[in-house]
Design a protein around this ligand. Structure first.
Ligand code: 3H9
Length: 687
């Protein structure tokens, strides 16, 4: 038996007395309307075919079904709805077997849970990641999973959204069989199906008919722990309340409740923001670069400080060979030590074994001789922010690196065109701006200088993918995209301090809004001396009389932040921060001296003004062509600056506000401050 149209994403075939439903819908076999319909059709046709004794659902490509089709979420739901599909599968009167490989996620896992048996290859992963999209499982996941693995494990999976190895479930009956990684999954699944047919006892194991395994001791503890971990996200909390309520409900009523809440969440702002973020991250890597990338195997890194050693750790743990260059043996030893420490943290957390780390470290060469870079396909300069020093290093690169080697700088602010001017072929010079700690932070700004070649840029983007980083292509300006916006954001915070807002009030307002940290606490952490020196390479704007004056005050008092135990806050010997009333007093005196009127702020106003400053600078970046897409700005802020993912990013926020409201808020701020600080800008750039 086959389907009438061979172009459909689902095909049917038989082997001996087994009916096979094959989903082949690239890239991840998502459950589009046609896949849903054809799954039902396949089940019904095989059910009516007397020759078929058991049915296998399997997939082609890289994975078993990875979920509902996210692209369909923007529109009204189309029939058949997924809950009806899974219920139809479970109701089938012949055994249905799901054959899992890759990442079986969300709706895909719900399909598998509705099948009477699940078999999997040992490398397969499963998960219910709906919370990452601001949703809960909407096709029985909250109902069937706790009937198999218990409420505790189900809640952990649903509220974390994490992927789990199928091997984690070897002691439960979630999987009827887990095949060796090298096995032929299709063959092994068919053999499993045939063994079922041969059995005399043909009773079907329907998860939906089981009772929920309630293994929760204290719901109040669960509720408060999930609330704490979800940091303002609604969906994990909704999941908890559904599971709790479902204890007294049968499958039908439980699924009705789940569906109702799923549909509500689908319409929420948080889900819109999280779905937007998912798409924006994938879009960021798409560029119109017209060149093939170079296959980089060996990377040179100059500078073994915090940044350089973090970058080296990232490359080593992704299988690259690394040559670390320092000025002398002592500095080299320190650099190597930092790399080892970075790895040691992973052993402690059980993420890597010592054996794996030894393997990575065996790919590290250290040297004080630039000649050791001669075989590298990519070299990255990661020394401190000084143009002259960077130029000397690039001249050395020019002499020793092979002609095809890409020369990158990790500068955060400096002009890459000027750096490129000292080498004979500036087309191979680019920026690769990592974020600290570089072995952990996912963001990489790939910076296109005036003469950077497409090949050099495409190579950096490809390298980022291998490093499992999210790369965004941006142009050259002071601070590039992220730090230029961060400077504008910081400037607005400084202005509000001068207008009367207090240090702790500002940080609390920003973290309550959702930012991972307060802007002033971040300054203390990264060092107020660093910010001061970075700004001093550029004159303060004349029209901005308060430009970073509180920060300058802290610097001049030697209050550099955590490293001096004093900054905007004071720190005890354990690093615990507390408010220092002296700081608010000094800032207020400075403000009066500069002629700032003092006023009371409320938290909403603080957060709103800081976010509007980000939006204003983001618009300038788009206008100047430093960034091509507004969504790229959001990706930078989500992954480099602790912007709350469930708020999408600053430019997403701008769109949520709408053109008229945005224009009217900007106009108010122009009146309050000045048109230079809040420039008139064409909002059609994003609307
Ligand atoms: C759900 O299931 C709700 C149900 O409970 C209830 C419903 C009623 N749909 O990430 P990649 C695309 S909610 C459509 O680069 P990887 C993606 O956009 C869903 N498209 O690959 C990209 O397209 P492009 C629950 C999807 O190998 C391409 O596939 N499921 C979907 O690094 C490759 O993606 C999830 O949340 C989708 N569901 O990672 C799973 N998923 O090439 C979300 C991916 O045009 N997906 N695409 O840029 C993932 O976590 C990863 O994509 C996955 C593969 C691990 C599957």
């Amino acid at each position: 038996m086959t389907n009438s149209n061979s172009n459909t994403p689902v095909t049917y075939s038989t082997e001996n007395n087994i009916g096979i439903i094959t989903v082949d819908y690239a890239p991840v076999n998502a459950l589009s309307q046609s896949v849903r319909q054809e799954l039902i059709d396949g089940i019904e046709q095989f059910e009516n075919d007397d020759a078929v004794k058991a049915i296998v659902i399997r997939c082609k490509g890289r994975t078993f079904i990875a979920g509902a089709d996210i692209k369909e979420f923007g529109a009204a739901p189309l029939e058949p709805h997924l809950p009806d599909v899974v219920n139809r599968i479970e109701a089938c009167n012949k055994p249905v077997i799901a054959s899992l490989f890759g990442t079986t996620l969300g709706g895909g896992f719900e399909v598998a849970l509705a099948c009477h048996y699940r078999v999997a290859i040992a490398s397969a992963k499963v998960g219910l990641p709906e919370v990452n999209l601001g949703l809960i499982p909407g096709a029985g996941g909250t109902q069937r999973l706790p009937r198999v693995v218990g409420v505790k494990k189900a809640l952990e999976m649903i509220t974390s959204g994490k992927h789990y190895s199928v091997k984690d479930f070897s002691t439960s009956d979630l999987f009827a069989s887990i095949f060796d990684t090298n096995a032929d999954l299709d063959q092994a699944t068919l053999q499993f199906a045939e063994s079922l047919v041969e059995k005399t006892d043909q009773s079907l194991s329907k998860v939906g008919e089981r009772a929920i395994k309630n293994d929760i001791d204290s719901w109040s503890e669960v509720i408060s722990s999930v609330k704490k971990k979800s940091k303002g996200k609604e969906a994990p909390n909704v999941a908890v309340s559904i599971l709790k309520a479902s204890l007294d409900l049968d499958l039908k009523k439980g699924m009705a409740l789940e569906r109702e809440e799923f549909l509500k969440l689908k319409e929420s702002e948080q889900s819109a923001a999280l779905r937007f973020a998912f798409g924006a991250e994938r879009l960021a890597s798409k560029t119109d670069l017209k060149a093939e990338y170079i296959d980089v195997k060996s990377v040179g890194i100059t500078g073994g400080g915090t940044m350089g050693s973090g970058i080296a750790t990232a490359f080593l743990s992704s299988g690259f060979k690394v040559v670390l260059i320092e000025q002398n043996d002592d500095a080299l030893a320190l650099g190597k030590n930092r790399i080892e420490k970075n790895f040691a943290g992973n052993v402690k957390r059980g993420r890597l074994s010592q054996e794996q780390i030894d393997g990575y470290l065996s790919s590290l060469t250290t040297s004080i001789d630039y000649q050791s870079l001669s075989d590298c396909e990519l070299v990255i300069e990661a020394v401190f922010e000084n143009m002259d020093v960077k130029k000397v290093i690039f001249k050395q690169f020019d002499q020793v690196c092979k002609a095809s080697c890409i020369l990158a700088t990790n500068t955060s602010y400096l002009d890459i065109n000027e750096i490129a001017s000292v080498v004979s072929d500036p087309s191979r010079v680019i920026g690769m701006h990592f974020f600290s700690p570089a072995n952990i932070m996912k963001l990489l700004e790939v910076i296109q200088a005036d003469k950077s070649s497409d090949q050099a840029l495409a190579t950096a983007m490809a390298v980022a993918k291998k490093l499992k980083k999210i790369s965004v292509l941006v142009g050259v300006c002071f601070g590039f995209a992220g730090n230029r916006m961060y400077t504008r954001y910081g400037r607005e915070v400084q202005q509000m301090l001068l207008e009367g807002a207090k240090v702790a009030q500002i940080d609390n307002a920003l973290t309550s809004w959702g930012m991972a940290m307060g802007q002033l606490a971040v300054g203390d952490m990264s060092g107020l001396d660093i910010g001061y020196h970075a700004r001093s390479s550029k004159p303060a704007p004349e029209y901005d009389k308060g430009y970073f004056k509180p920060a300058e005050l802290m610097y001049k008092l030697g209050r550099y932040g955590r490293k001096t135990s004093k900054g905007y806050y004071q720190y005890d010997e354990n690093g615990k921060a507390s408010n220092d009333p002296l700081v608010d007093q000094l800032i207020s005196e400075k403000a009066k001296e500069l002629g700032f009127e003092q006023k009371e702020f409320d938290d909403d106003e603080i957060a709103q003004r800081a976010i509007l400053a980000l939006i204003s600078e983001g618009l300038q970046l788009l206008k100047d062509g430093i960034v091509k897409r507004a969504s790229d700005i959001d990706v930078i802020w989500l992954h480099g600056y602790g912007f709350p993912r469930h708020k999408g990013g600053p430019m997403f926020q701008a769109k949520q506000m709408g053109k008229d409201e945005l224009e009217s808020e900007f106009e108010k701020l122009r009146k309050l401050e000045s048109v230079e600080i809040w420039p008139e800008i064409d909002l059609s750039l994003i609307f």
